[in-house]
Design a protein around this ligand. Structure first.
Ligand SMILES: *Cc1c(COP(=O)(O)O)cnc(C)c1O
Length: 402
Protein backbone atom coordinates (compact mmCIF):
# COMPACT_ATOMS: atom_id res chain seq x y z
CA UNK A 1 0.00 0.00 0.00
CA UNK A 2 2.23 2.85 1.10
CA UNK A 3 4.85 4.66 -0.92
CA UNK A 4 7.29 4.41 1.99
CA UNK A 5 7.93 0.83 0.90
CA UNK A 6 9.71 2.24 -2.17
CA UNK A 7 11.97 4.71 -0.34
CA UNK A 8 15.32 5.10 -2.04
CA UNK A 9 17.96 7.14 -3.82
CA UNK A 10 15.34 9.23 -5.67
CA UNK A 11 13.84 10.56 -2.43
CA UNK A 12 17.29 11.17 -0.93
CA UNK A 13 18.37 13.12 -4.00
CA UNK A 14 15.35 15.45 -3.88
CA UNK A 15 15.77 16.04 -0.13
CA UNK A 16 19.48 16.65 -0.56
CA UNK A 17 18.75 19.36 -3.14
CA UNK A 18 16.90 21.23 -0.41
CA UNK A 19 19.49 20.51 2.28
CA UNK A 20 22.19 21.93 -0.01
CA UNK A 21 20.52 25.34 -0.15
CA UNK A 22 19.10 25.20 3.37
CA UNK A 23 15.94 26.99 2.23
CA UNK A 24 13.30 24.86 3.92
CA UNK A 25 10.38 27.23 3.34
CA UNK A 26 8.26 27.19 0.21
CA UNK A 27 7.89 30.97 -0.05
CA UNK A 28 10.45 33.72 -0.43
CA UNK A 29 14.26 33.56 -0.12
CA UNK A 30 14.47 33.77 -3.92
CA UNK A 31 18.25 34.28 -4.06
CA UNK A 32 19.51 31.63 -1.63
CA UNK A 33 17.19 28.94 -2.95
CA UNK A 34 19.06 28.84 -6.27
CA UNK A 35 16.03 28.13 -8.41
CA UNK A 36 14.79 25.30 -6.16
CA UNK A 37 10.99 25.39 -5.71
CA UNK A 38 10.04 21.85 -4.66
CA UNK A 39 6.50 22.66 -3.50
CA UNK A 40 5.71 24.53 -6.72
CA UNK A 41 7.21 21.71 -8.75
CA UNK A 42 5.11 19.13 -6.91
CA UNK A 43 1.93 21.18 -7.41
CA UNK A 44 2.63 21.31 -11.14
CA UNK A 45 3.27 17.55 -11.20
CA UNK A 46 0.00 16.93 -9.34
CA UNK A 47 -1.98 18.99 -11.89
CA UNK A 48 -0.35 17.09 -14.76
CA UNK A 49 -0.67 13.64 -13.21
CA UNK A 50 -4.29 13.92 -12.07
CA UNK A 51 -5.62 16.30 -14.70
CA UNK A 52 -6.79 19.22 -12.57
CA UNK A 53 -6.25 22.94 -13.11
CA UNK A 54 -5.04 23.82 -9.61
CA UNK A 55 -3.32 22.13 -6.68
CA UNK A 56 -2.55 23.64 -3.27
CA UNK A 57 -0.19 21.65 -1.06
CA UNK A 58 -0.81 21.63 2.69
CA UNK A 59 0.91 20.31 5.80
CA UNK A 60 -1.44 17.29 6.03
CA UNK A 61 -4.53 15.71 4.54
CA UNK A 62 -6.51 16.98 7.53
CA UNK A 63 -5.28 20.51 6.78
CA UNK A 64 -6.24 19.99 3.13
CA UNK A 65 -9.81 19.06 4.10
CA UNK A 66 -10.07 22.02 6.49
CA UNK A 67 -8.68 24.35 3.82
CA UNK A 68 -11.09 23.01 1.18
CA UNK A 69 -14.08 23.46 3.53
CA UNK A 70 -13.13 27.07 4.23
CA UNK A 71 -12.48 27.82 0.57
CA UNK A 72 -15.90 26.35 -0.29
CA UNK A 73 -17.47 28.67 2.27
CA UNK A 74 -18.59 25.91 4.63
CA UNK A 75 -18.95 27.28 8.14
CA UNK A 76 -21.07 27.76 11.24
CA UNK A 77 -24.19 25.62 11.26
CA UNK A 78 -23.75 24.21 7.76
CA UNK A 79 -24.36 20.47 7.46
CA UNK A 80 -21.87 18.24 5.68
CA UNK A 81 -23.09 14.75 4.81
CA UNK A 82 -20.35 12.16 5.25
CA UNK A 83 -20.07 8.37 5.64
CA UNK A 84 -20.08 6.32 8.85
CA UNK A 85 -16.88 4.61 7.64
CA UNK A 86 -13.92 6.94 7.04
CA UNK A 87 -10.97 8.26 9.05
CA UNK A 88 -11.46 10.60 12.03
CA UNK A 89 -9.87 13.46 10.04
CA UNK A 90 -13.02 13.78 7.91
CA UNK A 91 -15.20 14.89 10.82
CA UNK A 92 -12.35 16.78 12.51
CA UNK A 93 -12.19 19.04 9.46
CA UNK A 94 -15.97 19.58 9.44
CA UNK A 95 -15.99 20.47 13.14
CA UNK A 96 -12.96 22.74 12.83
CA UNK A 97 -14.81 25.16 10.52
CA UNK A 98 -17.87 25.26 12.78
CA UNK A 99 -19.96 22.96 10.59
CA UNK A 100 -21.98 19.89 11.49
CA UNK A 101 -20.98 16.38 10.41
CA UNK A 102 -24.08 14.41 9.38
CA UNK A 103 -23.12 10.76 9.31
CA UNK A 104 -25.00 8.40 7.04
CA UNK A 105 -24.84 4.75 6.06
CA UNK A 106 -22.49 3.15 3.60
CA UNK A 107 -23.37 0.32 1.23
CA UNK A 108 -21.24 -2.61 0.06
CA UNK A 109 -19.03 -0.18 -1.86
CA UNK A 110 -17.80 0.81 1.65
CA UNK A 111 -18.61 4.40 0.68
CA UNK A 112 -21.68 6.65 0.85
CA UNK A 113 -25.00 5.02 0.00
CA UNK A 114 -26.65 7.57 -2.35
CA UNK A 115 -30.14 6.71 -1.01
CA UNK A 116 -28.97 7.40 2.55
CA UNK A 117 -27.46 10.69 1.40
CA UNK A 118 -30.72 11.79 -0.23
CA UNK A 119 -32.67 10.97 2.91
CA UNK A 120 -30.30 13.07 5.06
CA UNK A 121 -30.65 16.33 3.11
CA UNK A 122 -32.17 19.24 5.07
CA UNK A 123 -32.41 22.97 4.34
CA UNK A 124 -29.09 23.35 6.20
CA UNK A 125 -27.17 20.85 4.05
CA UNK A 126 -24.34 22.58 2.23
CA UNK A 127 -21.98 19.86 1.12
CA UNK A 128 -21.71 16.16 0.41
CA UNK A 129 -18.35 14.64 1.25
CA UNK A 130 -17.81 11.17 -0.18
CA UNK A 131 -14.74 9.37 1.13
CA UNK A 132 -13.09 7.05 -1.36
CA UNK A 133 -12.08 4.50 1.25
CA UNK A 134 -9.35 1.91 0.93
CA UNK A 135 -8.38 2.83 -2.62
CA UNK A 136 -11.77 2.59 -4.28
CA UNK A 137 -14.47 5.06 -5.23
CA UNK A 138 -17.90 6.22 -4.17
CA UNK A 139 -20.90 6.22 -6.53
CA UNK A 140 -19.86 9.49 -8.11
CA UNK A 141 -22.46 9.76 -10.89
CA UNK A 142 -25.30 9.39 -8.38
CA UNK A 143 -23.72 11.75 -5.86
CA UNK A 144 -23.02 14.36 -8.53
CA UNK A 145 -26.65 14.19 -9.64
CA UNK A 146 -27.85 14.62 -6.04
CA UNK A 147 -25.58 17.65 -5.59
CA UNK A 148 -26.81 19.20 -8.81
CA UNK A 149 -30.48 18.64 -8.04
CA UNK A 150 -30.12 20.13 -4.56
CA UNK A 151 -27.56 22.82 -5.29
CA UNK A 152 -24.96 21.30 -2.97
CA UNK A 153 -21.18 21.33 -2.96
CA UNK A 154 -19.27 18.11 -3.63
CA UNK A 155 -15.99 17.69 -1.74
CA UNK A 156 -14.10 14.44 -2.26
CA UNK A 157 -11.97 13.04 0.53
CA UNK A 158 -9.68 11.06 -1.76
CA UNK A 159 -6.92 10.81 0.85
CA UNK A 160 -6.81 7.01 0.58
CA UNK A 161 -7.26 6.65 -3.16
CA UNK A 162 -4.40 8.46 -4.87
CA UNK A 163 -4.21 7.25 -8.47
CA UNK A 164 -7.74 5.83 -8.49
CA UNK A 165 -10.13 6.95 -11.23
CA UNK A 166 -13.86 7.00 -11.94
CA UNK A 167 -14.90 6.81 -15.59
CA UNK A 168 -11.48 8.08 -16.57
CA UNK A 169 -11.34 11.02 -14.16
CA UNK A 170 -8.89 11.01 -11.25
CA UNK A 171 -10.55 10.61 -7.87
CA UNK A 172 -10.24 13.94 -6.07
CA UNK A 173 -10.75 15.99 -9.25
CA UNK A 174 -14.43 15.25 -9.88
CA UNK A 175 -16.14 17.42 -7.27
CA UNK A 176 -15.84 21.17 -6.60
CA UNK A 177 -12.69 20.27 -4.69
CA UNK A 178 -10.90 17.11 -3.59
CA UNK A 179 -8.07 16.21 -1.26
CA UNK A 180 -5.20 13.73 -0.97
CA UNK A 181 -3.14 12.93 2.08
CA UNK A 182 0.58 12.30 1.74
CA UNK A 183 1.06 11.08 5.31
CA UNK A 184 3.50 8.25 5.92
CA UNK A 185 1.12 5.36 5.18
CA UNK A 186 -0.62 6.69 2.08
CA UNK A 187 -0.15 5.53 -1.54
CA UNK A 188 2.52 8.17 -2.03
CA UNK A 189 4.03 10.00 0.91
CA UNK A 190 5.74 13.28 1.75
CA UNK A 191 6.30 12.10 5.35
CA UNK A 192 3.48 14.49 6.19
CA UNK A 193 1.52 16.52 3.67
CA UNK A 194 -1.66 16.89 1.70
CA UNK A 195 -3.18 18.69 -1.25
CA UNK A 196 -6.41 20.37 -2.31
CA UNK A 197 -7.23 19.98 -5.99
CA UNK A 198 -9.81 22.02 -7.88
CA UNK A 199 -10.63 23.30 -11.35
CA UNK A 200 -12.08 26.51 -9.93
CA UNK A 201 -9.69 29.45 -9.84
CA UNK A 202 -11.56 31.27 -7.06
CA UNK A 203 -11.53 28.21 -4.79
CA UNK A 204 -7.83 27.74 -5.52
CA UNK A 205 -6.92 31.33 -4.66
CA UNK A 206 -8.73 30.99 -1.37
CA UNK A 207 -6.81 27.77 -0.62
CA UNK A 208 -3.54 29.49 -1.54
CA UNK A 209 -4.16 32.29 0.95
CA UNK A 210 -5.83 30.24 3.68
CA UNK A 211 -2.86 27.89 4.05
CA UNK A 212 -0.53 30.87 4.55
CA UNK A 213 -2.15 33.26 7.06
CA UNK A 214 -4.34 34.83 4.38
CA UNK A 215 -1.40 36.17 2.35
CA UNK A 216 -2.48 37.23 -1.15
CA UNK A 217 1.03 36.45 -2.46
CA UNK A 218 0.88 39.55 -4.60
CA UNK A 219 3.31 41.83 -2.74
CA UNK A 220 6.87 42.59 -3.88
CA UNK A 221 7.90 40.52 -0.85
CA UNK A 222 6.13 38.64 1.98
CA UNK A 223 6.03 41.73 4.13
CA UNK A 224 4.12 43.63 1.46
CA UNK A 225 1.46 40.95 0.91
CA UNK A 226 -2.08 41.97 1.78
CA UNK A 227 -4.43 39.82 3.84
CA UNK A 228 -7.91 39.86 2.31
CA UNK A 229 -9.09 37.24 4.84
CA UNK A 230 -7.98 35.37 7.95
CA UNK A 231 -6.05 32.17 7.36
CA UNK A 232 -3.81 29.71 9.17
CA UNK A 233 -0.41 28.19 8.70
CA UNK A 234 -1.05 24.93 6.88
CA UNK A 235 2.09 25.25 4.70
CA UNK A 236 4.07 22.25 3.55
CA UNK A 237 7.84 22.48 3.95
CA UNK A 238 10.26 22.17 1.03
CA UNK A 239 11.69 19.01 2.61
CA UNK A 240 8.34 17.26 2.63
CA UNK A 241 7.51 18.47 -0.87
CA UNK A 242 10.88 17.15 -2.09
CA UNK A 243 10.00 13.65 -0.86
CA UNK A 244 6.64 13.88 -2.63
CA UNK A 245 8.30 14.84 -5.89
CA UNK A 246 10.34 11.63 -5.93
CA UNK A 247 7.26 9.65 -4.89
CA UNK A 248 4.86 10.98 -7.52
CA UNK A 249 7.27 9.79 -10.21
CA UNK A 250 6.84 6.27 -8.77
CA UNK A 251 3.04 6.36 -8.77
CA UNK A 252 2.56 4.29 -11.95
CA UNK A 253 4.95 1.69 -10.61
CA UNK A 254 3.18 1.63 -7.23
CA UNK A 255 -0.24 1.22 -8.86
CA UNK A 256 0.99 -1.55 -11.17
CA UNK A 257 2.42 -3.56 -8.25
CA UNK A 258 -0.69 -3.01 -6.12
CA UNK A 259 -3.01 -4.10 -8.92
CA UNK A 260 -0.97 -7.20 -9.67
CA UNK A 261 -0.69 -8.29 -6.01
CA UNK A 262 -4.33 -7.49 -5.36
CA UNK A 263 -5.45 -9.62 -8.29
CA UNK A 264 -3.31 -12.57 -7.23
CA UNK A 265 -4.60 -12.50 -3.67
CA UNK A 266 -8.15 -12.19 -4.91
CA UNK A 267 -7.75 -15.30 -7.06
CA UNK A 268 -7.21 -17.30 -3.86
CA UNK A 269 -10.22 -15.88 -2.05
CA UNK A 270 -12.42 -16.40 -5.10
CA UNK A 271 -12.03 -20.13 -4.52
CA UNK A 272 -14.08 -19.94 -1.31
CA UNK A 273 -17.82 -20.21 -1.84
CA UNK A 274 -19.57 -17.64 0.31
CA UNK A 275 -16.89 -14.96 0.05
CA UNK A 276 -18.04 -11.89 -1.83
CA UNK A 277 -16.12 -8.75 -2.69
CA UNK A 278 -16.61 -5.07 -2.19
CA UNK A 279 -18.72 -3.33 -4.85
CA UNK A 280 -16.45 -1.16 -6.98
CA UNK A 281 -18.47 1.32 -9.10
CA UNK A 282 -15.72 1.47 -11.76
CA UNK A 283 -13.47 -1.60 -11.35
CA UNK A 284 -10.81 -0.22 -13.71
CA UNK A 285 -10.31 2.74 -11.41
CA UNK A 286 -9.57 0.86 -8.18
CA UNK A 287 -6.13 1.93 -6.93
CA UNK A 288 -5.99 -1.59 -5.41
CA UNK A 289 -4.25 -0.62 -2.17
CA UNK A 290 -6.67 -2.91 -0.31
CA UNK A 291 -8.62 -6.04 -1.08
CA UNK A 292 -11.92 -5.78 0.80
CA UNK A 293 -14.13 -8.85 1.10
CA UNK A 294 -17.17 -10.11 2.96
CA UNK A 295 -18.18 -13.31 4.68
CA UNK A 296 -21.84 -14.32 4.95
CA UNK A 297 -22.22 -13.66 8.69
CA UNK A 298 -20.65 -11.55 11.42
CA UNK A 299 -19.90 -14.68 13.48
CA UNK A 300 -18.01 -16.27 10.61
CA UNK A 301 -16.08 -13.06 10.06
CA UNK A 302 -15.08 -12.95 13.70
CA UNK A 303 -13.92 -16.58 13.54
CA UNK A 304 -11.94 -15.98 10.34
CA UNK A 305 -10.21 -12.90 11.74
CA UNK A 306 -9.30 -14.86 14.89
CA UNK A 307 -7.91 -17.70 12.81
CA UNK A 308 -5.96 -15.34 10.53
CA UNK A 309 -4.54 -13.63 13.58
CA UNK A 310 -3.48 -16.98 15.01
CA UNK A 311 -1.64 -17.60 11.72
CA UNK A 312 0.10 -14.23 11.98
CA UNK A 313 -1.83 -12.69 9.09
CA UNK A 314 -3.07 -9.15 9.51
CA UNK A 315 -6.74 -8.96 8.53
CA UNK A 316 -8.14 -5.46 8.75
CA UNK A 317 -11.48 -5.49 10.47
CA UNK A 318 -12.76 -2.14 11.55
CA UNK A 319 -15.76 -3.39 13.50
CA UNK A 320 -14.29 -5.42 16.37
CA UNK A 321 -10.55 -5.61 15.90
CA UNK A 322 -7.37 -3.79 14.94
CA UNK A 323 -8.45 -0.27 14.77
CA UNK A 324 -10.42 2.48 16.50
CA UNK A 325 -9.98 5.15 13.85
CA UNK A 326 -12.22 4.28 10.98
CA UNK A 327 -15.73 3.30 11.98
CA UNK A 328 -18.34 5.20 13.96
CA UNK A 329 -18.87 2.33 16.42
CA UNK A 330 -15.51 3.22 18.02
CA UNK A 331 -15.87 7.02 17.91
CA UNK A 332 -17.01 7.72 21.46
CA UNK A 333 -14.99 10.93 21.52
CA UNK A 334 -17.15 12.24 18.67
CA UNK A 335 -20.46 10.99 20.02
CA UNK A 336 -19.74 12.47 23.45
CA UNK A 337 -18.39 15.70 21.96
CA UNK A 338 -15.12 15.33 23.88
CA UNK A 339 -13.52 18.63 22.92
CA UNK A 340 -10.92 20.46 25.00
CA UNK A 341 -12.87 23.70 24.82
CA UNK A 342 -16.44 24.91 24.54
CA UNK A 343 -18.14 23.65 21.43
CA UNK A 344 -20.61 25.69 19.44
CA UNK A 345 -24.14 24.76 20.55
CA UNK A 346 -25.35 23.67 17.11
CA UNK A 347 -22.51 21.16 16.87
CA UNK A 348 -23.13 19.93 20.43
CA UNK A 349 -26.82 19.38 19.73
CA UNK A 350 -26.03 17.45 16.54
CA UNK A 351 -23.48 15.23 18.29
CA UNK A 352 -25.91 14.53 21.15
CA UNK A 353 -28.33 13.33 18.50
CA UNK A 354 -25.62 11.27 16.83
CA UNK A 355 -24.90 9.52 20.15
CA UNK A 356 -28.54 8.32 20.11
CA UNK A 357 -28.43 7.17 16.48
CA UNK A 358 -27.75 3.58 15.49
CA UNK A 359 -26.40 2.41 12.15
CA UNK A 360 -27.70 -1.14 11.65
CA UNK A 361 -27.03 -1.15 7.90
CA UNK A 362 -23.42 0.01 8.26
CA UNK A 363 -22.95 -2.35 11.23
CA UNK A 364 -24.19 -5.25 9.11
CA UNK A 365 -21.66 -4.44 6.39
CA UNK A 366 -18.65 -3.57 8.54
CA UNK A 367 -19.08 -6.59 10.83
CA UNK A 368 -18.77 -8.90 7.80
CA UNK A 369 -15.93 -7.03 6.09
CA UNK A 370 -12.22 -7.75 6.06
CA UNK A 371 -9.84 -5.33 4.31
CA UNK A 372 -6.44 -6.76 3.50
CA UNK A 373 -3.75 -4.15 2.89
CA UNK A 374 -1.74 -4.91 -0.25
CA UNK A 375 2.01 -4.61 0.26
CA UNK A 376 4.35 -3.41 -2.47
CA UNK A 377 7.19 -5.52 -1.18
CA UNK A 378 5.60 -8.98 -1.32
CA UNK A 379 7.54 -11.38 -3.50
CA UNK A 380 5.62 -13.85 -5.66
CA UNK A 381 6.52 -16.59 -3.20
CA UNK A 382 5.34 -14.60 -0.19
CA UNK A 383 2.12 -13.83 -1.99
CA UNK A 384 1.55 -17.50 -2.74
CA UNK A 385 2.26 -18.44 0.84
CA UNK A 386 -0.08 -15.74 2.09
CA UNK A 387 -2.87 -16.77 -0.27
CA UNK A 388 -2.60 -20.42 0.71
CA UNK A 389 -2.45 -19.64 4.43
CA UNK A 390 -5.48 -17.39 4.12
CA UNK A 391 -7.40 -20.08 2.27
CA UNK A 392 -6.59 -22.68 4.92
CA UNK A 393 -7.47 -20.32 7.79
CA UNK A 394 -10.77 -19.33 6.18
CA UNK A 395 -11.79 -22.88 5.38
CA UNK A 396 -10.95 -24.00 8.91
CA UNK A 397 -12.93 -21.18 10.52
CA UNK A 398 -15.89 -21.66 8.19
CA UNK A 399 -15.98 -25.39 8.80
CA UNK A 400 -16.27 -24.84 12.56
CA UNK A 401 -18.83 -22.06 12.11
CA UNK A 402 -20.88 -23.48 9.26
C1 LIG B 1 -5.23 9.86 6.06
C2 LIG B 1 -6.60 10.38 5.87
C3 LIG B 1 -6.94 11.71 6.08
C4 LIG B 1 -6.03 12.72 6.71
O1 LIG B 1 -4.76 12.75 6.31
P1 LIG B 1 -3.52 13.20 7.25
O2 LIG B 1 -2.53 13.56 6.22
O3 LIG B 1 -3.13 11.99 8.04
O4 LIG B 1 -3.95 14.34 8.07
C5 LIG B 1 -8.22 12.11 5.79
N1 LIG B 1 -9.15 11.27 5.35
C6 LIG B 1 -8.89 9.96 5.15
C7 LIG B 1 -9.96 9.06 4.63
C8 LIG B 1 -7.61 9.47 5.42
O5 LIG B 1 -7.36 8.17 5.27
Amino acid sequence: MPGFELWGAEERKEVNDVLETGVLMRYGFDGPRKGMWKAVELETAICQTFGCKHAQLTSSGTAALTTAMSALGIGYGDEVIMPSFTFVASFEAVLSVGAIPVLVDIDESLTLDPAAVKAAITPRTKCIMPVHMCGSMAHMSELKAICKANNLLLLEDACQSIGGTYKGQALGTIGHAGTFSFDYVKTITCGEGGVVMTNDEDIYEKCDGYTDHGHDHKGVDRGADLHPFIGYNFRISELNAAVGLAQIRKLDQILAIQRRNNKTLRSYLEQVPGISFRVVPDPEGDNASFLSWFLPTAEQTQAVVDELKAQGILAGNFYWFNNNWHYIRKWDHLKFAATLNNMNPMQKEALDKLAETSFPVSDGIMSRCISTAISLSWTEEQLKEKGEKMLAAINKALLVNA
